[in-house]
Design a binder for this molecule. Structure first.
Ligand code: PHE
Length: 598
């Protein structure tokens, strides 16, 4: 990992200066890797951090932080520009993180409570985000939720320290009481311990003292099969009625107090500060704490009454408390300032939600279908796993015919059918010709069959699964003129009004005569250029349906005639868009950087 994980060194750090190691942009989004970070990436059940990474001439609104290929990647919307090696300022959304941290630590507290009360339960998995629960193997009765809630809040009220430590895997195995099945190897191995409860592997961020959680407000127990889910909820800081209503002076005497009294004062003050709504309220809280008769002032004054042997320890605690509260007062004051500066400009364009879209091949298929439907063709679909008879024999290619070799066919390992032969993955859409004739029985037939085809070929211009669209028209007096007219119509509608087609003699067993169709090059208009060389681009096969094929379909060749053509969807798609896709297989890769462009 190139990134220093500052979120493990100081879980309370909200801002950090860092350097951009790499930036990868796509559309209005970017992925950024930094030399160090305070953004916690998703993992261990804890949701990832959000926030802003600000540079000289732009910023990344971090929506998600993840570990990808062993690196911490910040993903978000890029506004303006950021460049490699640039020094940036990181700001995490602290409210979100602190809530996540408290929720996460609360999960461990619930687990400690559960393991103490019901040692037979085996933890399986946990989530500490919007949904917060721990899943155990075992079962519990409904009443147990009350006992767990009580025990967990007892741990919170004890305000126990939460310690974390990095260790080797062997050390972890020795010390931890429970080891999850697949410990992530990409993360440093860390253990955590609440007070003297058991040591547990953990990769998330934790609060320092259990008191920061204030209270677990709800525990729900649900049994499902052999598992029990324990859902929990924590009290949100600003809405803690118990703390806000408490008369703080009533239970602390400043002439004799102990460390618990100080911690309680601190927790109550934190709740009040984060709940303050304006500067005035904040100022009142400050006076109550630090004024001449303030709580902290009085605690400081009372230090002379603390027994000599405890004085040093209590002194450190008071100073820590004072620093934390002063810091929080300042943070809260600054946040008011920022909010006051914030104003709403309704003319600023909103942030568009990214929406999904059909795959580019699906888009092309829909377009091809609609072009042909306008002139009376009907879409058909026939089996992808097809009989040899429909794919070859009915198309005038009996068993052992050398022409079959052109279709590098996949055979299915299935018993042969006495009439239809072997099973194949259909190597072309022409297998639909005879099926359509058998289905409709009497012409006129106007079919457009668009389907997946399979051939044993894989290189930069072939992929084993691809698509073809097959047109077939059968009626009285159908001639090459109709074929040419149909192809010109398609070329002009699909590629552009100036395009022309050309028929070049060729051979197929199932058409007579047969052609290969070329289309005039869109760049040079048929004159000849670097792309097309001779002014024409090759599109695919076509021809007049062979009388034997008509017979196989039950159509009388004396009365009816027809034409057919079969082209590749991927090929026309690439030609239409002028896309220079270096490898057709990219179309079927799951790479979003490629797919989201269409
Ligand atoms: N099925 C042929 C192929 O896959 C194309 C074709 C279709 C040719 C219809 C003539 C008529 O190459």
């Amino acid at each position: 990992m190139q990134t220093k994980q500052i979120y493990y060194e100081d879980e309370y750090k909200k801002t950090l200066e860092a350097k951009v190691i790499s930036i990868e942009k796509y559309d209005s989004m970017a992925n950024i890797i930094l030399d160090q970070t305070i953004f916690y990436p998703e993992g261990g059940g804890q949701p990832s951090d959000q926030g802003v990474i600000r540079g000289k001439s732009g910023s990344l609104e971090v929506q998600q932080t993840i570990i990808k290929n062993g690196e911490v990647v910040h993903i978000g919307r890029l506004v303006g520009n950021l460049v490699e090696n640039e020094v940036v300022e990181c700001n995490i959304d602290w409210d979100r993180r602190y809530k996540n941290m408290r929720t996460h630590s609360a999960g461990h507290i619930v687990n400690d409570a559960v393991q103490t009360l019901f040692p037979a339960l085996i933890p399986v998995e946990a989530e500490h985000g919007k949904k917060s629960f721990i899943k155990y193997q075992g079962n519990l009765s409904q009443i147990s939720s009350t006992i767990i809630l009580e025990k967990a809040n007892e741990i919170i009220n004890e305000n126990l320290p939460i310690k974390t430590e990095f260790v080797s895997f062997d050390e972890l195995k020795k010390r931890a009481t429970w080891i999850p099945e697949n410990l992530p190897k990409s993360k440093p191995l860390r253990i955590m311990q609440i007070g003297n409860y058991s040591i547990i592997p953990d990769g998330g961020t934790q609060v320092k003292k259990t008191g920061e959680i204030i209270r677990i407000s709800e525990i729900n127990v649900t049994n499902k099969d052999i598992y029990v889910y324990i859902h929990y909820k924590i009290e949100s800081i600003p809405e803690h009625p118990e703390v806000e209503n408490k008369n703080l002076d009533s239970n602390i005497s400043y002439s004799s107090y102990n460390s618990n009294d100080i911690i309680n004062t601190k927790n109550q003050a934190i709740a009040q500060i984060s709940g303050a709504k304006d500067n005035e309220e904040l100022e009142q809280i400050r006076i109550d704490l630090f004024g001449r008769n303030g709580k902290i002032t009085n605690i400081l004054k009372g230090i002379k009454n603390v027994p000599q042997d405890q004085r040093q320890q209590i002194g450190i605690l008071i100073n820590e408390t004072k620093k934390t509260l002063e810091g929080m007062l300042l943070d809260q004051k600054n946040s008011f300032k920022e909010n006051a500066r914030e104003w709403f400009d309704p003319t600023i364009p909103g942030i568009k939600k990214e929406v999904g879209h059909a795959h580019l091949v699906t888009q092309a298929i829909n377009q091809i279908q609609s072009v042909f439907e306008r002139i009376g063709f009907r879409r058909a679909r026939y089996p992808e796993v097809e009989w040899d008879w429909f794919a070859f024999e009915a198309l005038n290619m009996p068993k052992g015919h050398p022409a079959r070799d052109e279709w590098e066919t996949f055979f299915v390992n299935n018993p042969e059918n006495s009439r239809f032969g072997k099973m194949v993955l259909t190597p072309h859409t022409s297998s639909g010709q005879v099926r359509e004739m058998q289905r409709l029985k009497v012409p006129p037939i106007r079919m457009i069959n668009i389907a997946k085809c399979y051939r044993r070929q894989s290189d930069i211009s072939h992929v084993q699964m691809f698509h073809q669209f097959e047109g077939m028209v059968i009626d009285e007096n159908i001639s090459i003129v109709n074929l040419k007219g149909t192809l010109d119509y398609f070329a002009q509608t699909f590629f552009g009004s100036t395009r022309k087609t050309r028929l070049r003699p060729y051979h197929f067993q199932f058409t007579e005569p047969s052609f290969e169709i070329d289309i005039s090059c869109g760049i040079c208009n048929g004159v000849g250029c670097k792309v097309c060389k001779a002014g024409w681009l090759e599109m695919g096969g076509a021809g007049m349906v062979h009388p034997n094929v008509l017979k196989a379909g039950g159509v009388n060749p004396k009365k009816y005639s027809g034409f057919a053509f079969g082209w590749g969807v991927e090929r026309v798609l690439m030609m239409q868009s002028g896309l220079a896709i270096p490898d057709v297989r990219m179309i079927y890769s799951p790479d979003l950087r490629f797919l989201t462009q269409f």
